[in-house]
Design a binder for this molecule. Structure first.
Ligand code: 6GU
Length: 238
């Protein structure tokens, strides 16, 4: 992506972790270079009553609290969410995959609703949310962490943030995990660097790395390995 910056708008009750993430290392540089813009909106600023209440007990009973519709809707309206691709990170969403990230990368702007408590009022999802996305099969108490995971997975693909060669060789790009990496020294606690990496023989290195990727994927992620095998066998038959 080139030209104008990609913009992330995050709605939250806890702005601190978001502000500190955008101020750190590679992200801070991307913001400085004009590749990324962000807005962090405090939902509490849109609460109507004197106590600035943002949560309430669930209709039908049960544990926990629910993020109320009115302050969240007012916050969403204030950022123009109706016209922007809006994502709600939730353990009840579809799994976040490379394909979902690619789809988000194609957007000029994303709105992310970072929830807390048991969840947000369903009517907000019905009225505003384009994608409900889960980052894995476990529950986080902080929607901010999940929202930032999505931001991080997206912005690193924008032109100029990270060298494109680094992205090409990564885990998942072709359905296999990455090969192991080594740097100096050649011997560390009597463990040596694999001979082939010192050989300067580029084709042998390429083959060794591919073998390592296949073996590592088979051990760590049999599901990805089986899918990769099927695709490779399919290609052989073409
Ligand atoms: Cl997207 N949010 C929260 N709060 N917990 C999660 C999650 C998201 N994905 C997995 N667990």
């Amino acid at each position: 992506m080139s030209g104008s910056a990609m913009r992330f708008t995050l709605l939250t009750l806890f702005p601190e972790p978001i502000e500190s993430y955008f101020a750190s290392s590679i992200m801070a540089r991307a913001v400085e270079k004009g590749l990324v813009e962000y807005r962090c909106v405090n939902i509490r600023d849109f609460a109507l009553d004197t106590h600035r209440t943002c949560d309430d007990a669930p209709y039908g009973g049960g544990a926990g609290m629910v993020l109320k519709a009115e302050p969240l809707a007012a916050a969403l309206d204030s950022v123009g969410a109706g016209e922007i691709h809006t994502v709600y990170p939730t353990p009840a969403g579809r799994p976040l995959t490379t394909e979902v990230i690619d789809r988000f990368c194609a957007q000029q702007e994303l709105v992310l609703i970072c929830g807390r408590y048991e969840g947000i009022d369903q009517r907000i999802i019905d009225l505003y949310v384009d994608d409900e996305v889960s980052i894995g099969d476990y529950v986080l108490s902080s929607g901010e962490l999940a929202g930032l995971v999505i931001v991080d997975a997206v912005y690193r693909h924008l032109d100029g943030v990270i060298a494109s060669e680094s992205l090409e060789e990564e885990s998942f790009q072709d359905g296999l995990l990455e090969y192991p990496h080594y740097t100096r020294p050649e011997v560390f606690r009597s463990r040596t660097v694999p001979e082939v990496l010192l050989s300067g023989h580029h084709e042998r290195i390429r083959n060794w790395r591919m073998q390592q990727r296949i073996e590592k994927t088979r051990r760590m992620r049999p599901d990805l390995y089986e899918a990769w095998l099927k695709r490779t066998e399919g290609k052989d038959k073409e």
